[in-house]
Ligand binder design. Sequence first.
Ligand code: KIV
Ligand code: ZN
Length: 432
Amino acid sequence: AAKYRPFVPVQLSDRTWPSKTITQPPIWLSTDLRDGNQALIEPMNVDRKLRLFHLLVQIGFKEIEVAFPSASQTDFDFVRHLINHHLIPDDVTIQVLTQAREDLIRRTFESLRGAKRAIVHVYNATSPVFRRTVFGLDRAGTIQLATTAAALCNQLAAEQPETEWRFEYSPETFTATELNFAKEICDAVLDIWQPSPDRKAIINLPATVEVATPNVFADQVEWMHRHLKWRKNVVLSVHPHNDRGCGTAAAELAQMAGADRVEGCLFGNGERTGNVDLVTLALNLYTQGIHPGLNFSNINEVARTVEYCNQLPIHPRHPYVGDLVFTAFSGSHQDAIKKGFAAQAANALWEVPYLPIDPADLGRTYESIIRVNSQSGKGGMAFLLERDYNLVMPRRLQIEFSQVVQQTMDASGKEMTAEHLWQLFSREYLQV
Ligand code: KIV
Ligand code: ZN
């Protein structure tokens, strides 16, 4: 029997509910090594990039944006290293980013020489403010920029037939672009690429800066999903950033609105407030009974490697992974969790209060769940003493001893471990 199931609000379970859910995982694209990397105080060197690449492969990503090869020699060298040393598994496709500029596109194809398979990701900004202020181009000029780039991709791909090519186009600043213009430019690029069912093109809709509530982003995605001329031959991708703190919601609603693919980073690294967090998205699916196709069964190892590669700490309250997310200090929570675990043994469905996921599914242990501080009640300390010292206290003794524990912690202001509790108990009751 399934361990997790979709959430259904109790009062509404007698109706068809909810109106929409995500029923399958998206195609995942990790841009840790590109968008994530470009946002680091110190971008990764080749060694750190390699370590992260191997981790991404191990987790199960099949599409990985590995570099912006025309932007830095390190990125160019990294792509060469992957290809020259045959480090890309057969079922993994690397993706590289380039601006829609001739010299940069040529350099990008040069970096990919000899690759078995690759996605070339071309972008230019399309919003009015960029057209006016940054490029000094009108709509027609902006389309011309994109279509010239698209045509050059066709030409260079034909010159390197040893590689199986796929193309991706991003109207950067999509969320601030007039929808009819976003469609017009994407259609124009697709007219040049002529995608087919066996060789779909990727249209990627970035919330380069998150500017509105997630439902507005989803409406924009849905409009493109309904109106794109080549929709059947297109993988519709989204690329949410997190400026309003809603990247996860934006990606989830975008999938319900028609997106097939999500670009993001592990633990939400990326420009400014980050790219959407792929770990949270994947595990949100998992806890609704949908396997994300990514493996986070040793999430601590993933977290430590990512912290090392990015040289950035993960917040202790980060969903699913933070050091404190499987820890309860408050007495009522501890008591409910303890009862939940006791009942869980007979239950195929995961139903432990306050814990949306079984920590064991992430390689975390029950042991780290219960901790005792001055907010805790008798339940937590009884749990720790029973678990570590086989001490089963009758209820009256629990109440009495919890007052001793409380006084000790009120005085010290510090958390108590099972060992501290045992020492205190021994002193009070065993005259040790
Ligand atoms: O956020 C963004 O718009 C990007 C594009 C280059 C896809 O990273
Ligand atoms: Zn981005």
